[in-house]
Design a protein around this ligand. Structure first.
Ligand code: AMP
Length: 125
């Protein structure tokens, strides 16, 4: 079911369980502010999710309530992952579904990093 971006944080969501180590993941990067791991159902040759370590439902929640250090740390982690994966020269796409109309499914902020092929049009028409 799609997430309402304004709902309270649910600490039983699947990414909260991943952060607590209760569910396995294929980690590609971790620091104090972020965890990056392979999407379980990749939509591109490279499809990585980057999530903040803090309990934030959505981009809206994070951008409104996270500290400057958390925001800087998270943004730097996304850039670091893309560089480390060799995506800067060929190019890559970032996506952060936020709320119902975007079809956000997991109520913990995540930025999708897509790469490894031409991405095509920005949105399906
Ligand atoms: P969204 O629709 O933007 O909320 O995307 C949620 C993403 O999480 C989807 O691309 C799923 O394939 C992915 N996903 C769900 N469960 C897991 C999991 N346990 N490990 C890795 N990725 C997952």
């Amino acid at each position: 079911m799609a997430v309402d971006a304004t709902q309270p944080y649910d600490d039983q969501n699947i990414f909260a369980k991943i952060l607590r180590g209760e569910i396995p993941n294929k980690t590609v990067y971790e620091d104090d502010f972020a965890l990056a791991f392979h999407d379980i159902n990749p939509q591109a040759p490279l499809h990585i999710l980057v999530i903040p370590k803090g309990a934030y439902v959505s981009w809206d929640d994070f951008s409104a309530k996270a500290s400057d250090a958390e925001i800087a740390g998270f943004v730097r982690a996304v850039g670091h992952v893309a560089r480390e994966q060799g995506l800067v020269e060929p190019g890559y796409r970032l996506l952060a579904n936020t709320g119902t109309q975007s079809h956000q499914e997991v109520p913990h902020l995540h930025v999708h990093v897509f790469g490894g092929r031409p991405m095509g049009p920005m949105l399906a028409r």
